[in-house]
Design a protein around this ligand. Structure first.
Ligand SMILES: Nc1ncnc2c1ncn2[C@@H]1O[C@H](COP(=O)(O)OP(=O)(O)OP(=O)(O)O)[C@@H](O)[C@H]1O
Ligand SMILES: [Mg+2]
Length: 246
């Protein structure tokens, strides 16, 4: 479904991503895991062309993304940004309706979709649909960000720290709600996190990165039972401290 080969991204002298390749099968959930600055967001953003690679190639559903109009590509790929990225001057309903409106769904169908997504994510249409993002809590904003990414039912979902801004209790609750949605189960997902527990709960396979490179790609069990090196071993035990945090 998604095939990334030999991705490299340079920003001036910084090599953010160095020769990263992976395949995500249809319906699979691949988690990009790693320390801050290791290139997770940059890798994710290359899939829907928010960032253009310096070299390398990405195929989505058999098509080279470079040959596609970015707008067309993005309509088929839900995207949850690291900071929820809601439009501040749009209401909750308008934020969720962005892609369905671009796809020219009729108004009633959009409203029904917004209602059903809010209900699935434990928000109330009556109470929340007409609010602006700043009137919501961080957790509510993240739920709206998820609803917006799911709105047009895209087959592919890219999520960048979708539960990142939450306290541990809310984080676990929203994660559980989300992982039980049938949307979550049937979509092809690439999700970024630096949270090892989150990765182990949600991933079919984990791509553990460090300094722009893949250190190990495998199932949670493979990383736990057969770590490729000391870094993987420490990371999966939650014992790895970033050098500047030591
Ligand atoms: N637009 C940019 N211009 C210059 N450097 C950038 C840009 N975007 C990212 N970088 C650099 O690329 C590297 C990887 O950044 P990236 O955002 O992909 O990391 P990340 O793994 O998502 O980190 P975090 O967990 O903190 O979100 C970092 O060194 C960062 O400073
Ligand atoms: Mg990031």
């Amino acid at each position: 479904m998604i095939n990334a080969s030999h991705l490299i991204k340079k920003f001036g002298n910084t090599i953010a991503v160095q020769d990263v390749s992976f395949h995500v099968a249809e319906g699979e959930n691949l988690v990009l895991l790693g320390t801050s600055g290791c290139g997770k967001t940059t890798t994710l953003r290359m899939i829907n062309r928010l960032t253009e690679p310096t070299s390398g190639k990405i195929m989505v559903n058999g098509a080279d993304v470079e040959t596609m109009q970015p707008e067309t590509l993005r309509r088929g790929i839900g995207y949850v940004m690291q900071q929820n990225g809601l439009f501040p001057h749009y209401t909750v309903e308008e934020n969720i309706a962005i892609v369905p409106s671009l796809l020219k769904w009729d108004k009633e169908k959009i409203k029904e979709r917004v209602k059903s997504l809010l209900a699935k994510l434990n928000l109330s249409y009556v109470e929340h649909a007409h609010m602006f993002p700043h009137e919501l809590s961080g957790g509510q904003q993240q739920r709206v960000g998820l609803a917006r990414a799911l709105a047009a039912d895209p087959p592919v979902l890219l999520m960048d720290e979708p539960f990142g801004a939450l306290d541990p209790i809310n984080r676990q609750k929203i994660r559980k709600d989300f992982s039980e949605l049938d949307e979550f189960k049937r979509k092809t997902i690439v999700m970024v996190t630096h949270d090892i527990q989150e990765a182990f709960e949600l991933a079919d396979r984990i791509c553990l990165m460090d300094k722009g490179k893949i250190v190990q790609l495998g199932t949670p069990r493979e990383l736990r039972d057969n770590p490729a090196n000391e870094f993987v071993s420490a990371f999966v035990k939650g014992q790895y401290l970033q050098p500047d945090l030591k």
